[in-house]
Design a protein around this ligand. Structure first.
Ligand SMILES: [Zn+2]
Ligand SMILES: [Zn+2]
Length: 174
């Protein structure tokens, strides 16, 4: 009986010891589960955060690309306008210079004698009002050709008058 009691006490004590161990283990498991749960949520939230960040980065990239392409378009448009303006300006300049040169050429041609194309017009044949340089007309008279080099009208010394133009206005009228 004594031995039985002793055995019972021993068993009970062992059981209690087991119960404590189990309880302790259960607590540890519970703690581990809690920790696991926390880790999972932490991982989950950081995964979510990562996804959000990736999305934000993608959005920013898209916006940056859009702004870059807009900037490029603006730069291209500016270059085009600049080139057009430059073209127009140089075209205008060229056209103006050409026009002025033509005008100068025409004016010179008008002022120069139509026989020698060298000396300025100095005399008028009063029969036809054609103008020539004095030298050419004097030669014409000396050679007794005596016909206007412009239209062939016969003329004499008395039909030749000096003109009053910007080159010879100091002479006054004839
Ligand atoms: Zn002449
Ligand atoms: Zn004439």
């Amino acid at each position: 009986m004594k031995a039985y009691v002793a055995q019972a006490i021993k068993t009970s004590s062992e059981n209690r010891h087991h119960a404590i161990t189990i309880e302790k283990t259960l607590l540890e498991v519970s703690d581990a589960e809690k920790e696991l749960k926390w880790l999972r949520s932490a991982v989950g939230s950081s995964e979510k955060e990562y996804e959000q960040n990736q999305k934000k980065i993608a959005e920013l990239r898209t916006e940056l690309e859009r702004e870059r392409s807009e900037k490029r378009k603006l730069e291209e448009a500016y270059e085009e306008v600049k080139n057009e303006v430059m073209e127009l300006t140089s075209e205008n300049e060229e056209a103006t210079i050409q026009k002025l040169q033509d005008e100068i050429k025409d004016s010179k041609a008008i002022l120069k004698c139509g026989v020698c194309f060298d000396r300025p017009k100095e005399v008028v044949i009063t029969k036809c009002f054609h103008l020539f340089c004095s030298t050419c007309i004097q030669r014409n008279l000396e050679l007794r050709h005596r016909k206007c080099p412009g239209c062939g009208t016969p003329f004499g010394q008395n039909d030749v008058r000096e003109i009053c133009n910007s080159f010879r206005f100091s002479h006054g009228g004839a």
